[in-house]
Design a protein around this ligand. Sequence first.
Ligand SMILES: Cc1cc2nc3c(=O)[nH]c(=O)nc-3n(C[C@H](O)[C@H](O)[C@H](O)COP(=O)(O)OP(=O)(O)OC[C@H]3O[C@@H](n4cnc5c(N)ncnc54)[C@H](O)[C@@H]3O)c2cc1C
Length: 384
Amino acid sequence: MFLGGLAALPLVKTGPRPRVAVVGAGAFGGWTALHLLRAGADVELLDAWGPGHARASSGGETRVIRAIYGSDRIYVEMVLRSYDLWARIDPSLYVETGALWLHRGDDAYVRSSLPILAELGFPVDRWTADEAARRYPQIDFKGIKSVYFERRAGALSARDACGVVRDTFVREGGTYRTARISVRDVAALRADVCVFACGPWLGEIFPDVIGNAIQPTRQEVFYFGTPEGSDRYRPGRFPVWIDFGERIFYGIPDVHGRGFKIADDTRGQLFDPTTGDRTPGAEAIARARVLLAERFPELAGAPLLAAEVCQYENSPDGHLIIDRHPAMKNVWIAGGGSGHGFKLSPAVGEMVAAAVLGGKEIPPLFRLARLSDAKRATQFEATK
Ligand SMILES: Cc1cc2nc3c(=O)[nH]c(=O)nc-3n(C[C@H](O)[C@H](O)[C@H](O)COP(=O)(O)OP(=O)(O)OC[C@H]3O[C@@H](n4cnc5c(N)ncnc54)[C@H](O)[C@@H]3O)c2cc1C
């Protein structure tokens, strides 16, 4: 969809094939490297630790994929394209569960998405709380004023997917190397272009151009034990869910036998992705337990099986950041997943590859120019 031909190549090439280095083998970098390779480039992918490692924003067990995106049509199109690419690389990475959107107040975000979803082929059902309770008796719908069920939605494997993308890239002829790369190393990479897809590290790598425009925040994810001898909380019998209360909690059914996943989408404290302490916090566990008891009564008192302390890499407006470095013309930046980027990564990689090799324009919504200096200097504040 996004790929331009190599005929429009805007690069000064050092060899018969353009040489591209991609720094960062998370979801964005891995897919970018794979698309660049498939478009004919000679690609080296580098990462300081490895694809989907425990400090990366793409680490951990699972991520939600959904197409409801308010009135931002571009993301719905990217989700549609990404579904296709996820299925083609490895269909087992996706488990369809549907997504239940629960509103205690305004549901304008979902409503504004409905015409776009209808047009692009994503069916959404509107249920009363009683109808929803008949389908999902495991859930207490107390206080819920509106319920939507997005049928084509579910869970993607996260760190496993990063490994699959890297392995596919290597199998198809790409080179992967473990190395930490700074801007000073770009010349030594001997590449025509270098793409930095370094997630929450982008601010420290580019203090002037990115700086505070990407703020990593501490996010905690918990896995609680489900009742023995029961598949009531597994895909097939239980959906992905999002509960819009004072805080937005969301969860994923027990996909890999790891437990019932629950997470708070509220932005946490600023967090250093390299040195931050990833011990789960007692307060966050307590908040998750309150929601669990209120919404999923059978799981009140369920044992905590596991936790992941991760970080969002937030842009000031929550939109992706994809652009050429304003001063270094052979350097590109891709990041700003802002707590929702994983699902989009196949389309992100395709977009970056088409821009780098084919000169295709990046949509203005994702470009650096939208981030005024004033915004860039603003400390991130929790928005939802
Ligand atoms: C808890 C949590 C829940 C989320 N839930 C969802 C969800 O449900 N749905 C969804 O779509 N998205 C979700 N997201 C967001 C999504 O996971 C991220 O936006 C996305 O994974 C970011 O990928 P990335 O490749 O940009 O960053 P990363 O995965 O962090 O990858 C960056 C890579 O760059 C490497 N790197 C950094 N600096 C250097 C250097 N100097 N040299 C070499 N390598 C370097 C790192 O080692 C790392 O591997 C969630 C994120 C978190 C943390």
